[in-house]
Structures are given as structure tokens and as C-alpha cells.
Design a protein around this ligand. Sequence first.
Ligand SMILES: [Ca+2]
Length: 521
Amino acid sequence: MLRFLLRTAAAVLLASAPLAAAERPNIVFIFCDDLASQAISAYDHKLKLLDTPHMDRIAKEGMRFDRCLVPNSICGPSRAVVQTGKYNHINGFYHNGNRFNGDQPTMPKMLQAAGYQTAVIGKWHLVSDPQGYDHWHILPGQGAYYNPPMIRDGQQVKHTGYTTDLIGDFSVEWLKNRDKTKPFLLMCQHKAPHREWAPSLRHLGWSGDRVFPEPETLFDDYYGRGRAEKEQDMTLEKTFTLLDAKLTPPPSLNEEQLKVWNAYYEPLNEQFRQANPTGKDLVKWRYQRYMHDYLGTVKAVDENVGKVLDYLDAEGLTDSTLVVLSSDQGFYLGEHGWFDKRWIYEESLSTPLLARWPGVTQPGSSSKAIVSVLDFAETFLDAASLPIPDDMQGRSLLPLLKGQTPADWRTSFYYHYYEYPGPHSVRKHYGVVTDRYKLFHFYEPDVNYWTLIDRQTDPNEMTDVYRDPAYADTVKELHAELTRLRTELKVPDQDPPESYNRGGGGPNAGKGKGKAKAKGN
Ligand SMILES: [Ca+2]
């Protein structure tokens, strides 16, 4: 009798398994590196820099989020937030050079344990080997733009070709060979458009004779802001290298590719040398070169987004798949004279977020709610009908995707950047962000001051009004909100926090320990 009951129970479980699987969506997460929303046409940016038809398709058939913020605008830390749904002072990965403690609970582990088939393909940048993935095929550290060495399930492999295309191809290949009885989580993580912005050979000269419009703040002199803004090292004027300018070619090109590369760049570089521009003319020249190259790399990303969407269509998976496209943070495309990221200022604080889930998300919809990469883990778990652990610090975006923003949705957001000293010399700071204001604190002994930005009267974020008496009440309210957030999020008062040199933390904690070692930024 007992045996009969067990057999019956097993039969019921077996019969219900495929049904349960069908009810849970597949998840395709396309994560870019340093992708600015200014470079995505779905965001309808005033400079109209680039057409991105494939990314736009996700927005047209789904939802565009206009204010997706990052807790810490730098590669590794943002990726640690996505894995854990927790701030960096909790997950232990404060800045690049840290080593991610992969033994902690993560979103992919939870999906995997619940029967999802999981894979991460492309840029990883967390130093320790990925955990929670049935398959991983990652770039070591920052990765190369051409002919990248990669690590596939622990084994070193070497590929020939353009990295963005390879990541797209490997993603589709994994989808083709997956176990079709299980739902899947595919994390397709592009290296592009990270510095040094090296386009595919097929996109060299893609913009023809076009002169890209310049941002209003290209020649910002940082008047009205403090020492941190004045003394950074990330301007087109002072920081742009020969490699950034393509006056020297990327080291990862092979001989044959280098010929094609030189055939495009060398005549232009010769013209540049003859003209020998200086001062503002040099910055203008660099901006044009930067836009050709950066946006060129985004074109390849866009085409590879199309590759994955086409596969979903061809396999009849579109309706059962949540597709999310985002970036580890935004990027400066010449605003304030800068490239790179790191600041609480808008271009680096804000990151693109497009999401499509047929039958759930209204096509062509948008949201201005403050959301974050901190919410992705929670969203994916919720989509899979799994519980969200209490100690995760974000919130599921599912209600927003359904067009119903909860009345108690967040109206303020905590930010904290730790990487100083470091590349580009941006000082440590933390602060609170609302729809209208940013109150933030540079808190090192030698550079120590508060700033208040009013984005309503100052959308380009050019003037600190912290000491303006007209803002006294606002300053008081925002200080109180900042304190409330730091308490709620358990931000340690001590900085660097005690956990900094334990577990995943510490600037040198990861050195020499992992196969997927990080380098660069
Ligand atoms: Ca990045």
C-alpha cells in the first residue's frame, strides 16, 4: 500500500513538473558594460547619437525605465549587486580588485536550486569562479575586444573573432543545446562598450562624414563645485590616451585584422598629425573619435541583442521569456568633459533598463519610478514564483512591469562609491538621491565637503547649492533621509568598514587566487 502511495505521488509529481515549468518564465538578462542610455535610441536622447533598432524592440514590446540607478557606479561592485540583491557593504565587493565571495547566497543559485538551467556568458569581473551556473564561459578580468582568451567551465580556451559577436553566438549556442524540459536563466554579459571602445572591423567608418553633436557641458570648468570634481582624472582633455584615441591600435588584433584596422585609421591619424590640433580643437577632435568608436561598439551589441531576440522568435520562446537589458552603470559621453563613470552625477548614476515580458508588460510602456540594478535578483526570483530572502535589499519590479507601481515604492535612493585611490581619481562619496535632489558627501580627510544638487533648476548638475539659505529646509530633510537610509541598509559608520578586509573585501584580497582574475577597471 505504501509503495502504491509513493508511486502515485511520484506519478503526480512527474505529471505536474512540465506544467510547473511552463508557468515559470525563462529569463534572458542582457547586461552591458558601461552602456550609456544616451546611446540607445529608445531613450530618445536630445543628441540622437545612434539608432539601436534591436534594443528599441525590447522597449517597443515592453517597458522602458527612465530612472534605473546603481548603488555604486563601477563594474565589479555593480555585478556583485546583481548576483546578490545587496549593497556592497553587505556583499563585501566594494571596488574593483576585490574578490567576490561566491559562497554567499546568490540569485542564480536560488533559481538553479528551483530547477532553472543557468548560464553566464561573457564578462564576469568578480575574480572568483562563478557559482550557481550550470554553464559558464567568461572573459578573464576585463577581457579583450578581439580574439579573446576565455574560461569555459574552468578550462582556458582561446577564440578568434570580435568578442561581442562571440558572446552573442555562444549565448545562442547554449540556448540551442539547453535541456528543453527546464526553464532557463541566461546571463548574456557583453564586454562592450567598455574602454578602449574598439569597434568591430565591419563597423569602422560606420558614421561616414557625420559630425556628432557635442554635449552642452563638453567644456565644463567645474566652477560651482568642489575639489573632487576639479581634481578628477577622467577628462577628454587630460586623460585620453593614445589607445583611447586609436592613435595606437588595440593589442588584441591579429596581423590580418590589424591591416584592416590600419587601412581605416591610419589615413585619418595622418590627417590628425598634420593638423596637430591643440586646446579646445583637440578636445573636439577627441570627442568625434570617441563617439565613432564608442557608438560603433554599441552597434555590434545591438546586432547581437537582435541575434538573441531572433532565436527566441524562431523557437517560439518569445511569449514565455522575460527579457531584461541593462548595464552595470551609465557612462559619460563627453558631458562635463568626461568619459568613464563613478560619480553620483546622473550619467553614471543612472543606467539603461529595458524589459519585455509578453502578457505581463504593456508594449511601449515606460516608468519614471526610481528602480535599481539592486532590484534585479528580487525581480527574477519573483518572476519564477520563488520567495525573496528577507535580507535582500532591493524590491521586485514585477508590479511595475504590470503597470502598477505600489503606493509605497521608494522615493529616495542610497549611493556609495569607494574606489579611491584608483583609476580616474574620483573621491569616495555617499549620498541620497530623490526625483529632484542629490545630497552627497565627499568624506576623506583631505577632501571633505557636502554638495546639494537641484536637478529641477539645474538639470546639467553644474551648481552646488548646499550653502544657499533658500535650500536650508531641503538640506535638513535630506540629511534626515540619508540617516534613515543608512540605518535601514545597515551601512557601517566606520569607513573603510570592518568587513572591508574580511571575506570578499580588501583591495588585494583577490590577488592570485582566482582563475577569472580581474585587471583594469
Ligand atoms: Ca562597467
